[in-house]
Design a protein around this ligand. Structure first.
Ligand code: 5AD
Ligand code: SF4
Length: 440
């Protein structure tokens, strides 16, 4: 979502005659787009501000702006380096950035805008994307769920959906630019609603856009996952067979304290239903360990659910207390750091075994892979992704493909994180504009 927002900001600035530079020393304005989801996201920004301080010393007129969720959540109450920041702008204030820059340059005063809007969805801004294979599209903004650990409802405000027409016209445009895949983004995509259309309707029309070969989405909330959506997934080969379904915890007591509104059994039933309706679907998840009052027994329940389901991969986080959230106000962060570490290490080990087993099951099979570009490690290899979002590495010498091509690969080896394959004779679909994004 933040990557997408940065593309919106770049577009707004370019429309106002700014140029984007990748060389920090050349810049007259530097923006940091920030995340507030966990404390380590904040820590990164304090580190970056330390680096920018040197630029500001060299160029007193350098305008420095802090954008996004951290700015919104702390509202100028930073731990350090606050004085060097000229602009603070939350996620709904990006259209005001050009005026804010002018004002700082003219008056030298600081500019703040933390207003949250019930309507701003930036559908009138076409993001400035770097060329590539995948394009993000935020189809909704904000969140009304108020999970007790989560800062998003406070930093991104109320949930609002873009119209189907605006999402489709953005998809058509980016398909013409050469993007092959779109990933539709929302904090809770199942609650997408626009003029009588739901998320299943939206997905269906997005897959009809010429030139788009794959459609992904993230994330649905387990509390409301309609069969209608699963049917659309099954009927539509362009929708990737992958569902990212955040579990967060496997103990009913902790799930209730998190206000997730489902139980462990509800979640397991949902997984069974998804696997029944969408054969071969890849399931991934998010887990938080060490939520306040989490006992060894609660943690074991999370372990058992993860062991039973066997996700293809998962993001596992230590609970991080966030200012303004319900948990911050009601439940002290009382699980000791060493206990959190022990628990996260056990889950990492479990997940590694599950991912390895899932990947080994693919060995010998033939999978469709969207080529993303050269491997970062060596230019002798290409990387691509399966529908299940697994990375596949294959030797460049074996085929004359380009980024954006869809190939069939025979999988012949696997680690927990990567599949290794070999193209089989026929290319499925080759890109026409491949030269424009041969590196990504
Ligand atoms: N502490 C740790 N992890 C968190 N997440 C959200 N808030 C917190 C927090 N306070 C995780 C959840 C969510 C993912 C995007 O980030 O697992 O699904
Ligand atoms: Fe946060 Fe819950 Fe909304 Fe996800 S659904 S963004 S975890 S409040």
């Amino acid at each position: 979502m933040n990557a997408y927002d940065s593309e919106l900001v770049k577009s707004i600035l370019c429309k106002n005659n700014f140029e984007i530079t990748a060389v920090a020393d050349e810049a007259e304005v530097v923006f940091l787009n920030t995340c507030a989801i966990r404390e380590n996201a904040h820590s990164k920004i304090y580190g970056r501000l330390g680096e920018i301080k040197h630029l500001k010393r060299k160029n007193k007129r350098l305008v420095v702006g802090l954008l996004g969720c951290m700015a919104q959540n702390l509202r100028g109450g930073l731990k350090q380096n606050e004085n060097m920041i000229d602009i603070f702008a939350g996620p709904d204030s990006y259209k005001r950035l050009p005026a804010m820059i002018d004002s700082v340059l003219e008056t030298g005063s600081k500019e703040y805008d933390f207003s949250l809007s019930e309507f701003e969805d930036y559908s009138d801004v076409y993001p400035k994307r770097l060329p590539g294979v995948n394009a993000w599209i935020a189809v909704m903004r904000g969140c009304d769920n108020f999970c007790t650990f989560c800062v998003v409802p406070y930093t991104r405000g109320r949930e609002r959906s873009r119209t189907v027409e605006s999402v489709v016209s953005e998809t058509e445009k980016l398909a013409q630019e050469g993007f092959r895949q779109v990933t539709l983004l929302g904090q809770n995509v199942n609650s997408y609603r626009s003029n009588g259309s739901d998320f299943a309707d939206l997905m269906r029309v997005v897959t009809e856009v010429d030139g788009i070969e794959r459609v992904r989405f993230t994330s649905p909330h387990p509390k409301d996952f309609p069969d209608k959506f699963l049917q659309v997934m099954v009927e539509n080969p362009k929708i990737c067979n992958h569902v990212h379904l955040p579990l967060q915890a496997g103990s009913d007591r902790i799930l209730a304290k998190m206000a997730r509104t489902y139980t462990r059994d509800d979640f397991i039933e949902l997984v069974d239903r998804i696997r029944d309706i969408v054969p071969g679907v890849a399931l991934t998840t998010d887990i938080i360990i060490g939520f306040p009052t989490e006992t060894d027994r609660d943690f074991e329940e999370t372990y058992e659910v993860m062991d039973g389901i066997g996700f293809e991969s998962s993001y596992i986080f230590k609970y991080s207390e966030r200012q303004n959230t319900i948990a911050f106000k009601k439940h002290p962060d009382d699980v000791p750091e060493e206990v959190k570490t022990e628990r996260i290490v056990r889950l990492f080990e479990l997940q590694k075994r599950k991912s390895l087993a899932a990947n080994q099951r693919e060995v010998g099979s033939t999978l469709e892979v969207l080529v993303e570009g050269r491997s970062k490690k060596t230019d002798k290899e290409w990387i691509g992704r399966t529908e299940g979002n697994k990375i596949v590495v294959f030797e460049k010498a074996l085929t004359a493909c380009r980024a954006g091509d869809l190939l069939r690969l025979q999988i012949n080896a696997a680690t927990a994180n990567t599949l290794f394959g070999e193209p089989i004779a026929t290319h499925l679909k080759l890109t026409e504009k491949a030269d424009e994004f041969s590196s990504c």
